[in-house]
Design a protein around this ligand. Structure first.
Ligand code: AMP
Length: 281
């Protein structure tokens, strides 16, 4: 049986005692409305560590869109049994007041990493992510923390933050979990209308097809091809598709690029914004 904790002071005490007993602590931060993508992180964490802590906190500072924050699905009564079943030891569900007793005014400098793609279209988003994750890291003080590659740029930001702030936490990136039709699992999928839900798998289908066309199309042509392919469905509207260096996330010029190439996409399906990505090289 796991425990549910809502106070920072209580959690710190519990963790301290567990560490005293020599336990290894693994941590999975989430915003709840859990699906199999989250659970894959949790299962990996349970397998790797003595103790698994999962946080559920819809972090206001990372929402650049007030409506998105208001509409974000919240369903703790469904989440908690899922975490129990996956073998989680501690569920941390703090209030906003617990995490931000005072406004967090810290501004992080991620260089170009938060200026491109999600950072460009969601100003302030990654600063809010860094704020909450660093607070959670300070509270939980885990040995390892688990993040999904679904949020590829976020994973890069977390790794940068860990280097910057000198955390000794091992960051583990986990593969994207998809619906049977290819759509990347996301809490926001719950908000899609039936028509938009039907159209949404075209995003992954297009990326998967694109990866087989790197011999036919230049980088520039590929970007246009992907955008046109997705936009051909009137229910979908591409916000950006970028082919970027897998580490710096800066746009690449050609397939001869010396490092890995990641393709990242953001698409509006009605008023719901979906992201996905695929490694091209
Ligand atoms: P969220 O609750 O959206 O903040 O996500 C919590 C964690 O789950 C993040 O590290 C996400 O990258 C990860 N995650 C979300 N969706 C998926 C997915 N489909 N596959 C793998 N990881 C995911």
């Amino acid at each position: 049986m796991g425990v549910i904790v809502d106070k920072v002071a209580d959690l710190k005490k519990i963790i301290q005692n567990l560490k005293h007993e020599g336990k290894n602590i693994g941590f999975v931060p989430t915003m709840g409305a859990l699906h199999k993508g989250h659970i894959s992180l949790v299962e990996r964490c349970v397998a790797d560590n003595d103790i698994t802590v999962v946080s559920i906190f819809v972090n206001p500072t990372q929402f650049n869109d007030k409506n998105d924050l208001k509409n974000y699905p919240r369903m703790p009564e469904r989440d908690i049994p899922m975490l129990e079943a996956a073998g989680v030891d501690i569920v941390f569900m703090p209030t906003e007041q617990e995490i931000y007793p005072e406004p967090d005014t810290r501004v992080f400098d991620f260089g170009m990493l938060d200026k491109v793609m999600e950072g460009k279209f969601r100003p302030g988003h990654f600063n809010g992510v860094a704020q909450v994750v660093s607070k959670l890291f300070d509270i939980v003080a885990p040995h390892r923390a688990y993040f999904g590659q679904k949020d590829y740029q976020q994973l890069a930001i977390i790794r940068a933050m860990v280097r910057m702030l000198g955390y000794t936490i091992e960051i583990v990136g986990c593969p994207i979990v998809r619906e049977p039709d290819g759509l990347a699992m996301s809490s926001r999928n719950l908000l899609l209308s039936p028509e938009h839900r039907k159209s949404a798998p075209l995003i992954h289908k297009t990326l998967a097809e694109a990866r087989n066309k790197t011999h036919e199309l230049s980088v520039k042509e590929m970007i246009l091809w992907v955008i046109n392919q997705v936009n051909a469905d009137p229910n979908l509207k591409v916000e950006y598709f970028e082919l970027a260096d897998a580490n710096t996330l800066l746009p690449v010029e050609s397939w001869d690029h010396p490092n890995g190439i990641i393709g990242c996409i953001a698409v509006w399906a009605g008023n719901i914004r979906l992201i996905d990505n695929m490694m091209f090289k």
